[in-house]
Design a protein around this ligand. Sequence first.
Ligand SMILES: [Ca+2]
Length: 99
Amino acid sequence: MQVGVYQVEVRASDGKGGQGSCTFLVTVFDSNHPPEIVIPDFTIKENETLYLDLLDYAFDPDGDEITFALITGVGVIEGIQYVFVAVKRVQELMMLRSL
Ligand SMILES: [Ca+2]
């Protein structure tokens, strides 16, 4: 049932020609709750790589499947994993990529 307000009308009959009726409203609201995600700060050394399984830090109150996207910042998200390679310089990153 989609979110919205629905009107229902019900009639009551007594079998002797007598009838009564009424209408009432049924409101269907969006019961979905957004995922909660909290990731603590991390400290890593140069040339270290930070791997995070994002499902360890996120939770959906309804049990919905969660997907992730990087909004801003360093690193990449692939599926449920965040990866940041803390190479010293851009040139070194280029070298690593060319290997
Ligand atoms: Ca949800």
